[in-house]
Design a protein around this ligand. Structure first.
Ligand code: SF4
Length: 66
């Protein structure tokens, strides 16, 4: 699944990084980004959980926020 963090929505709370460190990382701008060498975002995996926990719906999976 394709995953994307919208920088206009992310508030840098780090929930996604704590939930799914294989996919997300904090960068110098204080926001979460998808790692360049991110593991696959599998259905039912931690990236979906992170997207559901994100307080601002900043994580898009296959083009849609969760
Ligand atoms: S959980 Fe959402 S708001 Fe928090 S750092 Fe991750 S993408 Fe940003």
């Amino acid at each position: 699944m394709e995953i994307y963090v919208d920088p206009d929505r992310c508030i840098g709370c780090e929930i996604c990084v704590d939930t799914c460190p294989d996919i997300f990382e904090m960068q110098a701008d204080g926001l979460s980004h998808v790692k360049k060498d991110a593991a696959a975002c599998d259905p039912g995996g931690c990236c979906e959980e992170a997207a559901e926990l994100c307080p601002t719906d900043a994580i898009f999976i296959d083009g849609k926020p969760r």
